[in-house]
Design a protein around this ligand. Structure first.
Ligand code: ADP
Length: 425
């Protein structure tokens, strides 16, 4: 039921239903206030009487287990209430994970690693957010690993990342992204370099599984792993690889029976594979929209958002000071490889890149590695720059960076396929 008054429209939601809305118009602003009852947004509880503000791009569902009244004002493109939601199944999954966590606590073992898999736009990242929020709300400290290089939920796309979740996501801004562990991949699809993708995932899995043991609470809380929406052919093989690397205890499959059956066949029988429905509210994005949202994440990395704007810096770096590398050399037939090396080894080789005009607009990853002989693949990323100009005459590039200082001497930069047009200058 909904009623219009001078402050907006009041929506009365029954138990186990949700209000969904989308904002597409630029500069549109929607304010939501919980007037009575209890409600949550993807697992984060709304505080009564507090005004929450949403802007363009928001695709939101506010769910209630007990029933509630919401006051909503502003211009939305879509807004409706729905009683058809899979939230009860999702909360049951949380309950099952809690059982594993309790068992882990009793025997001082590792808590469950659960992978969320499914095609694109089925609500994988949203389910991760819900499960992580439920976990922290009952006092857990889980890790969140994001292997989706297409739409990075933690870092910008082209990278995989892990963060420790210590508090529920903010309603408006999601999880705090403090101190993430980020590994460079450099492509927006694992197919850009499959061998490298698997190597980076293995590295991330090894490091995070080991680091879990250092903190008792995190150890028993486990890891929630978000994955790419590419689930066919090589995409499927990447999922199997990740499940092995993380020693997944459970795999939650969203919305695809075929993938569910394939996994049941291919993973060891002690891995719990569960098929879950997707929410009818999840919005499908076109290729163009997906591209836009990737750009938006990069823009936010450099410029922040309306609530917290950032002011990035630009500086010139001479070609002679630029230590730029790319991971993966062009393929050579096995017969041309040095003895003992396979063509696959070339795919993870760190090779120097000669600067040319082609670098323009590319994102470059600043690595913490001190030399290209270090384990560059397994070294944390310090941040990102964007090439805003290449001057062949001056033999220099202009870099956009969130840091005021020029790069530390001998910094290693890694080439990324991702590009960003900086229209702010
Ligand atoms: P995936 O990770 O599978 O690509 P996402 O979790 O990113 O999918 O969901 C796609 C979009 O749908 C996101 O913008 C998210 O906010 C939105 N969304 C998810 N669940 C709902 C829902 N129940 N109602 C409305 N929008 C939703």
């Amino acid at each position: 039921m909904s009623e219009e008054n001078s402050q907006g429209r009041e929506y009365t939601l029954e138990a186990d239903s949700e209000l969904r809305f989308e904002i597409e118009q630029k500069d549109a602003k929607v304010l939501v206030t919980l007037l009575s009852g209890f409600a949550e947004l993807f697992g984060t509880e709304l505080v009564k009487k507090k005004k929450y503000e949403f802007g363009v791009g928001a695709k939101v569902a506010i769910f209630t287990y007990q029933g509630c009244v919401l006051l909503v004002s502003g211009k939305m493109d879509v807004c409706y209430m729905s009683k058809e939601t899979p939230m009860v199944q999702y909360v049951n999954c949380h309950a099952a994970l809690e059982q594993f966590r309790n068992e882990a606590e009793e025997r001082d073992g590792r808590g469950p690693v659960v992978m969320i898999v499914g095609p694109m736009d089925v609500g994988k990242s949203t389910l991760c957010r819900i499960l992580l929020n439920y976990a922290v709300r009952v006092g857990r400290r889980p890790l969140y690993a994001d292997l989706d290089v297409g739409q990075g939920a933690i870092s910008i796309s082209g990278n995989i990342a892990t963060i420790l979740i210590e508090r529920p996501a903010s309603i408006e801004e999601g999880f705090a992204k403090t101190a993430p562990l980020v590994y460079h991949f450099g492509h927006k699809s694992p197919g850009g370099n499959s061998v490298l993708y698997n190597a980076v995932v293995s590295k991330m899995a090894d490091v995070t599984l080991q680091s879990m043991d250092a903190n008792k609470r995190t150890k028993s809380s486990g890891i929630i792993v978000n994955t790419c929406g590419w689930v066919k052919d090589s995409g499927y093989k990447h999922l199997l690889h990740a499940a092995r690397a993380y020693r997944a205890r459970a795999i939650f499959v969203l919305d695809q029976e075929r993938l569910y059956n394939d996994l049941l066949r291919d993973v060891p029988s002690n891995v719990h594979v569960v098929l879950l429905p997707k929410s009818g509210g999840v919005v499908e994005r076109s290729k163009g929209l997906r591209h836009e949202s990737r750009e938006q994440r990069i823009k936010e990395y450099f410029y922040g958002n309306l609530r917290t704007p950032f002011y990035p810096f630009s500086f010139e770096v001479k070609f002679q000071d630029l230590r730029l590398f790319k991971i993966g050399a062009p393929p050579l037939p096995d017969s041309c490889m040095p003895i003992g090396m396979k063509a696959e080894d070339n795919k993870t080789k760190v090779v120097a890149v000669t600067p040319t005009q082609a670098l323009l607009h590319h994102i470059l990853t600043l690595s913490f590695a001190e030399s290209n002989d270090d384990d560059v693949i397994g070294t944390n990323v310090a941040g990102f720059c964007c090439v805003t100009d290449v001057d062949m005459e001056r033999q220099s590039v202009m870099l956009l960076s969130p840091q005021p200082r020029p790069l530390p001497p001998n910094s290693i930069l890694l080439w990324s396929e991702l590009q960003f047009m900086d229209n702010h200058a």
